[in-house]
Design a protein around this ligand. Structure first.
Ligand SMILES: Cc1cc2nc3c(=O)[nH]c(=O)nc-3n(C[C@H](O)[C@H](O)[C@H](O)COP(=O)(O)OP(=O)(O)OC[C@H]3O[C@@H](n4cnc5c(N)ncnc54)[C@H](O)[C@@H]3O)c2cc1C
Length: 437
């Protein structure tokens, strides 16, 4: 095709990555961003790829799926991760950035790219032709309504509150036990029991823990859904009569705990569990600290932190295939948080897969199916195949990767999964002649 053009809507993390990947594949990009004239309630600057909350891209370690995802993106020449590496600030094993330098640099690189034309306006109707929609969790209302129409359903979820999700193998089952209340139904809940003394200590820590300050628009959204730390602040007993009530949950030795934290299975393979009733506004570091004070969760690995913010996303398994392409309109792809992924790096990852496949479609090359053993492939696979009735965005995590064929120790398992992922990505890149960084 002569002078192919792709319209990328939204210059957030996903839109910037997609634009760069398309441009380097010889495709002209029209990148639309509304911030100059209209900002979402969370965006503050006019720069692209603004980090609206934390400045952390989470772990850099290959022992963590977020670290594997970043490494895959480095291998694939991600512009966003390259800038994150360049403007990182000390943060232990995490990759955190100076948010202003990071988005200033990306804005400059995008604006100076001769293949990318920036159009500073709000898109309310998708343009004709090839489009990647990357308008994020706070997509403007008119476009939100338009997308609702073209997807012909109310599948743009208004995701208001999510409790933290924990990896099963990080739960100490010598302290926790399976049981459903009064043994009704299958014993699919994991219960972490507390004595009065344990509850008292934990309660004191919880009521003084630091929270994210909710934005005005969030207060309105969440008035009907209270975070567990707020329930706790209303009185010592409120949690004991609410999400932590111990009745019907006697321990295997027959004794009755003073309080119980319950976890509910979160995925089909039972590798992930969410904490029942623990939707929260606590900062991510405080969530980790408070959750690890719960008996049985001392080493809890949180694969998705609790969040309470507006989050617009499509019901990906109904609408998208594994290339982030809409099944109904092959010229329209989604990327970023709106496509149903969760988190900064995941948004960049979705844009990588979407833009490589959009470029292939334009160049009449076959679509690229990212191996499910990779973090990118496992995320794409999850979006395309999850049960639409229960679909929820999910951070990158090893629970989405296929299990290893042999038994290994836990630490070794993660190393092997990470190695398997990077090997299969490199093999795929060789087979598909994708340029390495
Ligand atoms: C309040 C809040 C806090 C969050 N905190 C975290 C966190 O700490 N860590 C984390 O990993 N993730 C966090 N997230 C999720 C985070 O937003 C995403 O992970 C990430 O920013 C998504 O990238 P994106 O490119 O999809 O969207 P965004 O980065 O939001 O970019 C979308 C862009 O599209 C533009 N846009 C929207 N509508 C239109 C339109 N109609 N026309 C033109 N332009 C438009 C917006 O102005 C924006 O620049 C948070 C989200 C919210 C809302």
């Amino acid at each position: 095709m002569k002078n192919p053009i792709v319209h990328v809507i939204g210059a957030g993390l996903a839109g910037v990555e997609a634009s760069y990947q398309l441009a380097k594949r010889g495709i002209h990009v029209k990148l639309y961003e509304m911030k100059k004239n209209k900002k979402s309630p969370a965006h503050k600057s006019e720069n692209f790829a603004e980090l609206v909350c934390s400045n952390s891209f989470r772990s850099n370690s290959l022992q963590n799926a977020a670290g594997v995802l970043k490494e895959e993106l480095r291998i694939l020449d991600s512009l966003v991760i390259q800038c994150a590496d360049e403007f990182q600030v000390p943060a232990g094993s995490a990759l955190a950035v100076d948010r202003d330098l990071f988005s200033e640099a990306l804005t400059k690189l995008i604006r100076n790219n001769p293949m990318i034309e920036v159009i500073e306006e709000e898109v309310t109707v998708l343009p004709e032709g090839n489009v990647i929609v990357a308008t994020g969790p706070l997509t403007s209302d008119s476009l939100f309504n338009y997308i609702k129409q073209i997807t012909e359903e109310d599948e743009l979820f208004f995701f208001d509150a999510a409790a933290p999700i924990i990896e099963f193998e990080s739960i100490d089952m010598t302290k926790a036990y399976f049981k459903s209340r009064y043994d009704k139904g299958e014993a699919t809940y994991i219960n972490c029991p507390m004595t009065k003394q344990e509850y008292d200590l934990w309660y004191e820590e919880l009521i003084k823990a630091n929270c994210v300050v909710p934005k005005d628009f969030e207060l309105k959204v969440f008035e009907g859904c209270m975070p567990f730390e707020e329930i706790a602040r209303r009185g010592y007993q409120t949690l004991l009569f609410g999400p932590m009530k111990p009745v019907g949950l006697r321990k295997p030795d027959g004794s009755r705990p003073y309080a119980v934290v319950q976890l509910r299975q979160d995925n089909a393979t039972a590798s992930l569990y969410n904490i029942v009733g623990f939707q929260t506004h606590l900062t991510f570091s405080e969530q980790l600290r408070i959750i690890r004070l719960i008996p049985g969760l001392e080493n809890a690995n949180i694969v998705r932190y609790g969040v309470m913010h507006r989050n617009t996303y499509i019901n990906a398994p109904k609408i998208l295939n594994e290339y982030y392409q809409t099944k109904k309109y092959p010229q329209i792809f989604f990327a970023g948080q709106l496509s149903g992924v969760e988190g900064y790096v995941e948004s960049v990852g979705s844009a990588m897969v979407a833009s490589i496949n959009m470029a292939n479609m334009i160049h009449n090359k076959p679509f690229i199916s990212f191996p499910v053993e990779t973090a990118l492939g496992s995320q794409a696979h999850y979006l395309a195949t999850a049960d639409p009735a229960f679909f929820q965005p999910m951070n990158a995590n090893f629970g989405l990767f296929p299990a290893l064929t042999q038994q290994h120790f836990k630490k070794q398992r993660k190393d092997l999964m990470a190695q398997r992922s990077l090997d299969s990505l490199k093999k795929m890149m060789e087979e598909q002649s994708i340029e390495k960084r």
